[in-house]
Design a binder for this molecule. Sequence first.
Ligand code: GLC
Length: 544
Amino acid sequence: MPADPLWYKDAIIYELHVKTFFDSNQNGYGDFPGLTQKLDYLQDLGINCIWLLPFYKTPLKDDGYDISDFYEVSPEYGTMRDFQDFVNEAHRRDIKVLIELVLNHTSDQHPWFLESRFSKTSKKRDFYVWTDDPKKFKDVRIIFSDTEQSNWTHDPVSGQYYWHRFFSHQPDLNYDNPEVQKAMMEILTFWLNTGVDGFRLDAVPYLFEREGTSCENLPETHAYLKKLRAELDRLYKDKIFMAEANQWPADVRPYFGSGDECHMAFHFPLMPRIFMAIRKEDNTPITEIMQRTPVIPESCQWALFLRNHDELTLEMVTQEERDYMHREYAADPKARLNLGIRRRLAPLMNNGRRQMELLNSLLFSLPGTPVIYYGDEIGMGDNIHLGDRNGVRTPMQWNGNPNAGFSEVSAEKLYAPVISDPLYGYQAINVEAQSMTQSSFLHWTKRMIRVRKNFKAFGRGSIEFLEHKNPKILAYIRAYENETLLIVNNLSRYAQAVELDMKKYNGREPVELWGNTKFPKIGELPYLLTLGPHSFYWFRLSKV
Ligand code: GLC
């Protein structure tokens, strides 16, 4: 069968860092041979696409987003050969592989920067953005507000300031320099040729700088992305770009272009609103942001997520909403980082199984492609006492053996301690134990993935929110070709009833998808449903 160029619409993406997954050579870091060994687990889980966090050569000051050589696999994680074997083995199992293209910046240890900073006249000087005047671009916000005071850092070597949107050890590349544009294009081609299926474009709004602007989402940035896309399409057919643009929906929209820029983009504003909706027991945060979400080109797709490797970012909310989120989800100041919250899904939900299920129901049934963060399928915990975002990047918990079965080195050699508290520790939460119990969260997640895969409407269908009188219920229709799905979520911790106007579907029979259970036929009268605390239904509306 020829490959479907829109495969990403039906994908279930699993995000992981090779470092966190499985240590095959006892150096304390997960590695590619280890990850390859664990592909059977991922295949069995049912995911069909892996998004790998950066594994390139790096001083590891920003977990690999600080790259010192774009062409090398960091030795802790293995060799290029090991990477290639991993890609091939993933493909053998029909699992696609997305990797990171970190366009905006490099490590200050990258040879380009070492040469650039060496003198004002060095050949690579213009690879980065230099100035004598640190008041330039003064309207630009600081992203890592907990660690950085300015987007400029003085360089004692050459006496000027260099520009950086993230850590001061991550100088921004200068995209006004055609050589930079070309160099990054070559990196794209190099990795494409390894057979990967696409790229997450890291921190993509910040490529260009212009005085008097926020230096985000500039037309020049879009023009360059379109060039990259043209090159991608020229070389290969069904490979994709997935944009990390932490912006309001209207500002993300241009990253899709007219289907000629990025295939996918994360829906950042939706994510915190899912957390608000369940805590407030009110569907408004979700319906409002969905109404503000513009239509995107046919070939494009939202990437949806609950948690990822970063803090739960609260940039795309109002100050009042941010205060609410902090109050409700990060009472302990240690749980906060920059504007966000550095916690995993399970602790955010107080380890509430029904709450975790409900959030996953939303993640898997709202329009887009779901992205699962590794470990969330077993309800892993976090460690807010580790610095930066490291508390949500601890070793995967495979079993109850020492080091959670992740590695056989002595514990102090691990890249990070395993979670060992009584509630979320590896003895309580691990893959082996959950594989043995049909009622585990792992089995539940597997079932959800299986159910979703039976219907294209989840990934490709339209959405229509149903109006009704109970704000604690979020109900919508997803429709695609001859599939019509009705999704009803109870955001409340108490039982709820809802009457849905379903006249349009008069005569149809709702069949609950998990148990294939028939419900009473829809008629002229409002369709009454009752739902237990934090529960949800996924129905197909059968024509019989
Ligand atoms: C992105 C990554 C984040 C990283 C930053 C700088 O936002 O998700 O982890 O720190 O880019 O590269």
